[in-house]
Design a protein around this ligand. Structure first.
Ligand code: ATP
Length: 295
């Protein structure tokens, strides 16, 4: 059987994590406890989730011409993601998230860097890849105009689109109405549906596209009436990237021909497994691991 083809157009970041007891005040220098780097970015995370499960994943994105850029390209290639269509942008830094962890709290600075160069033109250059995909998977960490371009090209070629509306921002209603599935968390769903430029009928249409992730509680979907899928009880170690695992798994299952409810049940299990290990990508299971967990 041929592998499902998923194209992810999105962000590629390196997360720079510092653990410290004391957060420095302005002008102060403190000694931290530890430092580590973890590959991240919603686009890259979702690509890895789908590739681990066995999809043929093509990433469209940009990295900078720095050490993080080449490290991430190598890393994602090793995870089975095709990086041939990821551009290296000269004199630009790779996207980073600088994360400070201190006594259970965190503060984060994101510099989008090369992700900013995923322009509508870059998306257009890859129309042939979009056209050959079973599913296009999108998030909102690259310019919005590029997301809009990707949705239009996918529509043109009758390719299904999943939009993970994170980080949430005001979206043009035409965009929301054109995608097949939207995967907000509870907070993002509230933002999506609280707008006054849509008719009641349009709001119902949007709601029916929504697959709402509710953390440990599980998942809610609204197509053909409301369906609630209970979350798995697992020992959660790190919930970072749970949503990304969910989206990658949903794309994998739908593109493999499964029905929506079945795909959400599968993604719910994959995402639950992913929170049992430290790091967004580290806990993402293979298909065999997911099937063993479910059975
Ligand atoms: P993130 O931004 O951290 O990636 P998110 O807010 O986008 O997360 P969540 O709704 O928190 O997404 O989680 C996505 C899915 O992951 C949930 O619908 C559920 O299937 C699974 N999940 C998350 N946390 C847990 C948990 N503690 N136990 C079991 N499953 C979980």
């Amino acid at each position: 059987m041929s592998k499902p083809k998923i194209t992810v157009i999105g962000s590629i970041n390196m997360d720079l994590v510092t653990k410290t007891n004391t957060i420095p005040k302005v002008g102060e220098t403190v000694l931290g406890e530890s430092f580590f780097t973890i590959p991240g970015g919603k686009g890259a995370n979702q690509a890895v989730a789908a590739a681990r499960l066995g999809a043929e994943v093509t990433m469209i994105g940009c990295v900078g011409d720095d050490a993080f850029g080449s490290e991430l390209k190598n890393h994602l290639t090793a995870q089975g993601v095709s990086m041939e269509n990821v551009k290296t942008i000269p004199e630009t830094s790779t996207g980073i998230a600088s994360i400070t962890l201190s006594n259970g709290d965190n503060s984060i600075i994101i510099v989008s860097g090369a992700n900013h160069f995923v322009t509508p033109e870059v998306v257009k250059q890859h129309e042939h890849i979009i056209a050959e995909s079973d599913i296009v998977l999108l998030q909102l960490e690259v310019p919005l105009q590029s997301v809009i371009e990707a949705v239009q090209l996918a529509r043109k070629h009758n390719v299904r689109v999943i939009l993970n509306p994170a980080p949430i921002q005001k979206l043009p209603k035409e965009l929301i109405l054109q995608v097949d599935y939207i995967t907000p968390n509870e907070h993002e769903q509230e933002m999506l549906l609280s707008r006054n430029d849509m008719t009641d009928e349009e709001l119902i249409q949007v709601k029916e596209k929504c697959i709402v992730t509710k953390g440990s509680k599980g998942v809610m979907l609204y197509q053909n009436g409301e369906t609630f899928i209970q979350g798995y009880k697992v020992k959660a170690v790190d919930s970072t990237g749970a949503g990304d695992s969910f989206n990658g798994a949903l794309a994998f299952s739908l593109s493999n021909g499964a029905a929506l409810k079945e795909s959400c049940q599968f993604a719910n299990a994959v995402a639950a497994l992913s929170v049992t290990k430290l790091g967004a990508q580290a806990g993402m299971p293979t298909l065999q691991e997911a099937e063993e967990f479910i059975s």
